[in-house]
Design a protein around this ligand. Structure first.
Ligand code: SAM
Length: 397
């Protein structure tokens, strides 16, 4: 029998029909954080969540979208999927995009941008060409209807379309976020190998942290884990410091709903905490950065930073603390071999200094984890940028 070379008839599927009906959004995150993101969305009162590759779908009205953008600590971006279709030729791509009414999203005098990511799709291999084709199909609609077309503004558009194409299957979404959600706005100083904010929050959630107890980071660098823990404990929404979100520029933007979400988030904030957070490092510069970042985040009064080598550290005299650490692991800071001794010493310090504590270690190297010679009670796989890591749980008796 001859192989079936027939390809599916191109057919655009409108993922949503009306902006005011209940749309399905997609909250993106890093690999490994889907479970905590799913739980977080449920805790935010978002219903009908469904895990997918690279994130979690949720059904909700625009208020839910605003809330997730404002309050999610783990999501990196919230998309509104609008169109799915297969295309093999330029004309198919153009016509499928053309069929969807984009004029309802922004004014014809507004600005737009298209970001395309294409993989394994035959003739479509130039991302810039694909983005241009989609942009043409959109601006032609405006021109036909209003005789005016939106300008392209890649940096700060009113409408950003995110197009993904894998094996000729296109999916187009509207970005409701703008600048990625992990850019909380408090990072005024940089260190070499800091964790992204959403990953730090996700690791704390994986460790079962609920903002209800002290946290210690013996190698705290720029302090991301502790700042995120303090924000969680004080119930400060991670988006409150942001100046704007992409959804504010869409025609569907409901200012009063957005204001309600902000008011609710502010009303939930706590004024004080009955416990503190503790960060140590050997690097003076890193500690200075951590202090500035904590200050910018408005949590400096709750975090005690001190210069101390991890090797001789003792747990602070607190009840029910959580120890979590992101030690150097030789990809961004030296070689794996440089850190074998440090991991051995870390295990020793945990045994001697943190008896009775749950200790979580983020490791990006099986060789370094093995050097600790401790049996992990649990291992959570998670991506730290391009680095495959494990969050290892140790119970120190
Ligand atoms: C991967 S970085 C931590 C990054 C941090 N999680 C952040 O988000 O900024 C590891 C940190 O361990 C510190 N460090 C290395 N050896 C140490 C030691 N023996 N005692 C204490 N800190 C150490 C380094 O100075 C560095 O800041």
């Amino acid at each position: 029998m001859a192989p079936n070379t027939k390809r599916p008839k191109p057919q655009a599927v409108e993922v949503i029909s009306e902006l005011d009906t209940m749309p399905r959004f997609f909250a993106m995150t890093s690999r490994g954080l889907n479970d905590v993101l799913e739980q977080e969305l449920k805790d935010l009162g978002v219903e009908k969540v469904l895990k997918g590759p690279g994130g979690v779908y949720f059904d909700g009205n625009w208020a839910a979208c605003y809330r997730v953008n404002l309050r999610s600590r783990v999501a990196t971006r919230v998309l509104l999927p609008i169109l799915d279709f297969p295309a093999y030729k330029n004309e198919e791509l153009y016509h499928n995009v053309r069929k969807h009414d984009f004029t309802k999203y922004i004014k014809p005098t507004g600005t737009m941008a298209v970001e395309a990511n294409v993989r394994e799709s035959g003739a479509f291999h130039d991302q810039r060409f694909v983005a241009m084709k989609i942009k043409d199909a959109i601006v032609d609609q405006f021109r036909e209807k209003f005789d005016v077309r939106p300008d392209v503004d890649s940096a700060n558009p009113d409408l950003r379309i995110v197009a993904r194409c894998y094996k000729n299957q296109f999916s187009l979404s509207i970005d409701t976020t703008g600048e990625a959600l992990f850019k909380r706005g408090y990072r005024v100083g940089m260190t070499d190998a800091h964790l992204k904010e959403h990953l730090a929050a996700g690791l704390l959630m994986m460790a079962g942290y609920q903002g209800d107890r002290p946290v210690v980071d013996p190698m705290c660098g720029s302090g991301t884990l502790l700042i995120e823990a303090a924000l969680m404990a004080l119930k400060i929404a991670p988006g409150v410091q942001r100046k704007s979100f992409a959804f504010q520029k869409l025609a569907s933007f409901k200012k009063d709903e957005w204001q309600k979400e902000i008011d609710r988030a502010l009303a939930d904030e706590k004024d004080e905490l009955p416990f503190k957070f503790y960060g140590y490092d050997v690097d003076r510069k890193a500690l200075a950065v951590a202090e500035r970042n904590a200050d910018e985040a408005g949590v400096a009064q709750y975090i005690e930073f001190a210069r101390a080598p991890m090797e001789t550290l003792k747990a602070p005299p607190v009840e029910n603390g959580l120890m979590i650490v992101d030690p150097p692991f030789g990809q961004r800071m030296g070689d794996v071999g440089d850190w074998l001794e440090t991991y051995k010493n870390l295990a020793h310090m945990m045994k001697v200094g943190f008896k009775g504590w749950d200790c979580y270690v983020l490791s990006g190297s099986p060789e370094l984890s093995a050097a600790m010679k401790l049996k992990a009670e649990r291992k959570f796989p998670v991506m730290n940028g391009p680095i495959e890591c494990r969050l290892l749980k140790y119970r120190m008796f």
